[in-house]
Ligand binder design. Structure first.
Ligand SMILES: [Zn+2]
Length: 346
């Protein structure tokens, strides 16, 4: 085994060496900088993973490459015997220079819609074939589509059918967009109109699972309002403008093309306890609290959370569930981010 000098500083077992890998590496960097620590003289400063790497999250855009290693001087990158390992090499590829990019299979998955933002790989340091252990010895590389590249010149989404499509007041759906696979949901509903009882197939199946899990905990949920066609939203908005004025309409209704309901990935939900209405107090009911804590497991997010009104442009809506697939929902839940924040939009 061709160990770098730090192993002679820390005579430990291979396994323990792995565990202390990054910490030791960082320590050595600092020692070299100080120059009078009594450590063996190192002819070249080692590359630094350290603070630039450990415990960090990096966002990777399709087609881009990110470098996880900062080099110092002319030292080899990574030094002899060291490399970085991806936990999902089928999608996230790390080359010997410590650069991460998506594989062709991943890019194809993005094109076909099976792979969405939020999928991630853990990248961990390895030396002489032994993986470093511990939280500080790895980082997370998260796939994130570049939201600027997903818009056309008119502020309309290029790929409105994406499960991670970000729709808001400045990112509109084309007026011609109708989701390709709308179905009637299988959960209980409380409105007669057929259109609003629809969702896209995958989202509908996930909603069924969510409601089933809620029922298992003793909570009865009811679907109220799902898909809304562009023309329906247009009529609704124009009616507000006609009866209440433009300002009121913009405050309480979405302009056509800017309603997430047109994606077919949204369902407003309620409960018998709420008398089937959509009100903020739903979030304080046991059922509403259970939904907020568990929806991500089924691929849903509370799209307009409390305290994020200035970011999403909408008041708190504990009833408005948006399907984004479990990977992204879980990521947003654990990071405590809205879609706008995740995509780093102003
Ligand atoms: Zn809604």
């Amino acid at each position: 085994m061709n160990n770098p000098p730090l192993i002679s500083l820390f005579p430990v077992s291979r396994r323990a060496a792995g565990r202390r890998l990054l910490g030791a590496w960082l320590l050595l960097s600092l020692s070299c900088g100080a120059g009078e620590t009594g450590a063996p003289e190192s002819p070249v400063p080692p590359p630094a993973l350290g603070p630039s790497f450990a415990r960090q999250e990096f966002f990777l855009h399709p087609g881009d490459t990110i470098s996880l290693i900062q080099t110092a001087g002319d030292s080899p990158v990574p030094p002899d015997g060291w490399d970085l390992v991806s936990s999902r090499p089928e999608w996230f590829q790390v080359n010997p220079q410590g650069e991460v990019r998506l594989t062709e299979a991943a890019l194809e998955g993005i094109r076909s819609g099976t792979l969405v933002s939020g999928e991630a790989a853990e990248v961990r340091a390895r030396m002489g074939g032994v993986l470093a252990e511990g939280e500080g010895e790895s980082c997370l590389v998260i796939l994130r589509k570049d939201p600027r590249r997903t818009l056309d010149g008119e502020g309309r989404l290029r790929d409105p059918g994406d499960y991670d499509a970000l729709v808001n007041k400045s990112r509109r759906l084309p007026s011609s967009y109708i989701p390709p696979d709308l179905v009637l949901v299988e959960t209980p509903t409380c409105l007669e109109m057929e259109e609003v009882r629809k969702m896209r197939r995958e989202a509908s199946a996930a909603l069924t699972e969510l409601f089933r899990a809620a029922a298992g905990e003793g909570f009865t949920l009811v679907a109220r309002s799902g898909y809304r066609a562009y023309r329906t939203q247009e009529a609704l908005y124009n009616n507000y403008v006609f009866t209440q004025g433009q300002e009121y309409a913009d405050r309480y209704s979405a302009r056509p093309g800017t309603s997430e309901h047109q994606t077919g990935l949204v369902m407003d939900i309620t409960s018998p306890e709420m008398n089937y209405q959509l009100e903020e107090s739903f979030g304080e009911t046991p059922a509403g609290m259970w939904v907020a804590a568990n929806a991500h497991r089924f691929g849903f997010i509370i799209r307009y959370p409390r305290g994020k009104e200035g970011i999403t442009g909408y008041a708190y809506e504990p009833w408005h569930l948006r399907y984004v697939k479990p990977a992204l929902a879980g990521r947003l839940h654990s990071l405590g981010l809205t879609l706008e924040e995740f995509f780093n939009l102003p």
